[in-house]
Design a binder for this molecule. Structure first.
Ligand code: UDP
Length: 330
């Protein structure tokens, strides 16, 4: 099986690459290293079945080269992280819209199966008790760049749907809910690596807003095998599947767990949203997945609990802070 992972040097993409190599696939990673890192691919690089291509999903020629003779493509390349989306809305929109279209075109030319990675962000302000895949996309004003990521990802799903409908291209979609774990960087705002890093350094933990907003964090090691199993299930074609954590936790409680689990002496400070993200930011108050569809299709369970996740993320950060400098770009 020849498999392409776009965004394979990123946090989730690199874990997916390791998993596919362990399954015996030949894996080509296409990544522009805008947010990913070659260090994430240190283990993969040791495999003769691994190839790295430096390039953007916006570059048609490099995408065509990457997918030549591919059997399947996992499309993860995207502009991610709230800070990036707010500070750099055009790049975020272009990568998430034109990049996905370029990958869809290349998949069609090659007749390769495609998995599009979407996001729980598309549910927007929908605060249902458990968001099932047919829940509404409830976004805010298009004048707030905060919503551009969700709007673009919704469009990605619609394009995938259209390629299936018009050309019969086998497209499957997963919606990830706050996937966390080793290799995720706090640089673009993600809360778990950010707060774990602060706790390890003895700095105050920055909780944005009132801290009562909730999330369901899922562990990358639970999510990645489910992504592959969903892609391999013929019943996933032209359909979307939630992959999220089992525990709903407020950000204030998350901060308390981090301090407790790591035995940190840090305090918690509340930071107003305006100060954290700039004026006019709207956060999601609540985001709870209904995983029933993924459970029914591939037996997905979010097994790893939040304390274990915190320990694994902290161990990774400690290891990386003592590791040698990252490998140079080839
Ligand atoms: N958050 C926080 N402190 C931080 C980073 C994020 O309180 O240092 C909050 C953020 O405002 C949001 C939640 O944590 O309410 C999850 O943020 P993240 O960026 O990880 O994911 P997303 O907003 O996409 O769910």
């Amino acid at each position: 099986m020849r498999t392409v992972v776009t965004g394979g040097a990123g946090f989730i993409g690199s874990h997916l690459t390791d998993h596919l190599l362990a399954m015996g696939d030949e894996v080509v990673v296409l990544d522009d290293l805008s947010t990913g890192s070659l260090t994430n691919l240190d283990a993969a690089s040791a495999s003769p079945a691994f190839t790295f291509l430096l390039g953007s999903v916006l570059d048609q020629a490099v995408v065509r080269e990457a997918v030549r003779d591919a059997d399947r493509i996992f499309h993860l390349a995207a502009a991610v992280g709230v800070h990036r989306i707010v500070d750099d809305p055009l790049t975020s929109l272009r990568t998430n819209i034109h990049g996905t279209e370029t990958v869809l075109e290349a998949a069609l030319a090659e007749r390769a199966e495609l998995l599009i990675t979407s996001t729980s962000e598309i549910y927007g302000k929908n605060t249902a008790d458990a968001l099932s895949e047919d829940a509404d996309m409830t976004l805010g004003s298009p004048l707030l760049s905060r919503w551009s990521y969700a709007a673009a990802k919704g469009l990605d799903e619609a394009m995938g749907h259209a390629y299936w409908t018009e050309f019969g291209l086998p497209v499957s979609i997963v919606r990830l809910f706050n996937t966390v774990g080793p290799r995720q960087t706090g640089r673009y705002g993600m809360v778990v690596p950010n707060l774990v890093g602060q706790a390890l350094r003895g700095e105050p933990l920055t909780v944005y807003g009132d801290g009562h907003q909730t999330r369901c964090f899922s562990y990358v090691g639970d999510v990645v095998p489910a992504m592959v199993a969903i892609q391999e299930a013929p019943a996933s074609r032209c359909d979307a599947f939630n992959l999220g954590g089992a525990l709903e936790i407020s950000i204030l409680d998350l901060a308390a767990r981090i301090i407790d689990v790591l035995g940190s002496r840090s305090e918690v400070v509340l930071v107003p949203y305006d100060q954290a993200y700039g004026p006019g930011y709207e956060d999601m108050r609540r985001r709870v997945p209904d995983n029933a569809k993924s459970r029914a299709l591939v037996g997905f369970e979010a097994r790893t609990g939040i304390d274990e996740i915190i320990r694994l993320v902290a161990a990774d950060q400690r290891r990386r802070s003592t590791a040698p400098a990252p490998s140079p770009v080839p």
